[in-house]
Design a protein around this ligand. Structure first.
Ligand SMILES: *Cc1c(COP(=O)(O)O)cnc(C)c1O
Length: 357
């Protein structure tokens, strides 16, 4: 008799619930921080021409040389810093965890933050320590210092701006964390396009600092492309964990083409930032809504009854993210991605109606 899954599958994996992505069929989709805008037709034609001539019978360039050169220019990677690419930045988080997962090693993150930090640490067989943010979602340096002292984390993740709260942490507080850390600190800049601050220019200033970015929130979520930048002393080892062809031919070609037109993506990001300001003002006009300032392409807000507002929105064809129950600091909180002006107007109408009913 073979053993049962209960006997064979690791306890911490069986204890997990599968990462659930809701079906958004036909709804106004404001749940996943996607850029609502498509690429202009000329750029789509240039992409089509590249794809038509792609050698799909060959494995991709394992070094992704053209794409890396484009990324270096587009993201202003400081000279002398190394790059590792991932099938989305989620894969980079996984690679980092696999590279440091010695028995008993710990990943440290703040809470609430991006759920993949905990999930991928667990999947790699590591411990995870979550340090609760202050009530106003700022870093609690005293608690962080104590947790660093206690757990001696091999890896610390700081999302900058943070997801789901939307705020940028105080840069000097992040520096204190980097200085106190015994291991790697990854500043995850998934929302860089919508924020006015970055640790990218500061790579090399701290020997243990790595900066992660993604093309997803910039408008290329379907491509799956993330990048990790930092000193080769670390990245040469992370790269050994990478599967050789993790970034496929089509992603390499299409991203290399689009990155030559960063002005297009930046113009879209500017529109989204303007729309974010308008959406915040409108949300704050609604009675019973407390909306938080955001440096990302989404806004977190609190209502009296989040579950009711969420299902009211859903009934009216608008899908956002319900954060109620995910962390004590997020009681009755919801998160909405900034969409087109039309989508945002539809969301605001649906929210107002859901709050009234
Ligand atoms: C969305 C998000 C990512 C993951 O992005 P992918 O590159 O699409 O895997 C990483 N970090 C944070 C904080 C995010 O919100």
């Amino acid at each position: 008799m073979p053993k049962t899954p209960e006997e064979i599958i690791r306890d911490e994996i069986r204890a997990r619930t599968a990462y659930h992505v809701p079906d958004a069929g036909g709804m106004v989709k404001l749940d996943a921080m996607e850029n609502p805008y498509r690429l202009p037709p000329e750029l789509c034609s240039a992409i089509a021409a590249r794809v038509a001539s792609a050698a799909l019978n060959r494995y991709p360039d394992p070094g992704a040389r053209e794409l890396k050169a484009r990324l270096r220019a587009a993201m202003q990677i400081p000279p002398g810093m190394e790059l590792v690419l991932g099938n989305g930045s989620d894969e980079l988080i996984q690679m980092l965890a696999l590279a440091v997962a010695k028995p008993g090693a710990t990943v440290l993150g703040v809470e609430p933050s991006f759920v993949m930090f905990r999930m991928l640490a667990t999947c790699a067989g590591m411990g995870y320590a979550g340090v609760t943010l202050n009530q106003d979602f700022t870093l609690d340096l005293a608690r962080l210092r104590a947790a660093i002292e206690q757990y001696q984390p091999a890896l610390i993740f700081i999302a900058y701006p943070n997801n789901p709260t939307g705020n940028l942490f105080d840069a000097s507080a992040v520096e204190r964390v980097i200085e106190a850390a015994p291991g790697i600190v990854v500043v995850d800049e998934a929302y860089h396009a919508f924020a006015g601050a970055s640790f990218m220019p500061r790579l090399g200033e701290f020997p243990n600092l790595l900066v992660m970015r993604t093309a997803s929130k910039l408008g290329l979520a379907g491509l799956r492309l993330g990048l990790l930048a930092g000193p080769s002393a670390w990245l040469q080892h992370v790269d050994k964990v990478r599967l050789p062809y993790n970034v496929n031919v089509l992603t390499q070609l299409v991203a290399a083409e689009v990155l030559q037109h960063m002005d297009v993506l930046e113009a879209q990001a500017t529109v989204i930032r303007t729309e974010r300001a308008r959406l915040l003002t409108e949300l704050r006009r609604l009675r019973g809504v407390e909306a938080y300032v955001s440096d990302a392409n989404f806004i977190m807000f609190r209502v009296a009854k989040a579950d009711q507002a969420f299902s009211g929105l859903k009934q009216r064809g608008v899908l956002i993210k319900n954060l109620n129950g995910t962390h004590p600091l997020l009681a009755d909180c919801l998160r909405v991605t900034v969409g087109t002006p039309g989508e945002n107007a539809q969301f605001l109408r649906a929210l107002a109606a859901s709050l009234d009913s």
